[in-house]
Design a protein. Sequence first.
Length: 334
Amino acid sequence: MIARIDFKASDAVRAALSAIGRTEDLRFSPDNRLLAIAGYARRRCLILRVDVDAAPSGPQVTVHDFMELTSKSMGEVHGLDFIDDRTLVIANRDGLLAIFALPSGEPAGRRCDIEPIREIKGGLFCKLKTPGSIVARQESRGRVSLLVCNNYRDRVTRHVVDRWGYRAWKNQALLKRGLNIPDGIAVSHDGQWIAVSSHGTNDVKIYRMSAPLGPDTEPAGILQNANYPHGLRFTGDDRQILVADAGSPLVHVYDRDAGWSGSRMPSRSVAVLDGETFGRGRASVEEGGPKGLDIDRSNSVVAVTCEEQTLAFFSLASITGRPVAALERGLTRP
């Protein structure tokens, strides 16, 4: 097992992390000051105020405070993403998408019950069903695309909203071919590729976004040997993809080479859970390993979550095996 970053946090923060229960996805805010964790079992979101700092010994992480959010529009919170620094979209696997404005001010250990700005259920011919992981993608003219894994409909849908009320004006079935329980989603920083975890086929499908997409679009690439893939992210330079394997204690690393077309095996796999922790969560062959995974906006820290290990941080370099200087030179994220 690679070494975790021993993050600093108060007793109150650690108690909030211990109380969140089963988790799914997690996501850093665009300004890198907040980290949102999906509290699936307790039907809430945990918002952490974080700092990631560079140090000679490697990145350091401090979790300063927390805020716990509940709502009648929060159910089995599976996926989430930030539309901007203060706007969060969540995917309830037992319901719909809900968009929230975060309460103003610092987290301050508050527990807030909030109302959504908007709920999104899809269109007449593109209904949302069991929405899971989600990614928000900025579009032209102030619009945002919400790309959603519909877990048990075996497809990804796209819902385009404006920034003035977040009303959905377009809903479409985006991807389906090759997917069996899509359980994680990520878009490359150059906007050329979309990667989707396919739980039932034990792999990750990669689709080229430069061509028109639709339910019959064939995947351009396949990341194999991922067991039960869940959260995944492109590194800042899009040269690698990190995949959390819910069926093992591992995070797998895949290299782009000349592109993402074709099939490939992991170039590296590292354990992010010790054997005892993994064993406690091993209720089935599909469980026990890491679920949510995100890379912070400085491209230096990886955060992972699962029920038995609510939050752990690792240096990106320790997972990819690439020197820190190479990762910094390739940084494209703000």
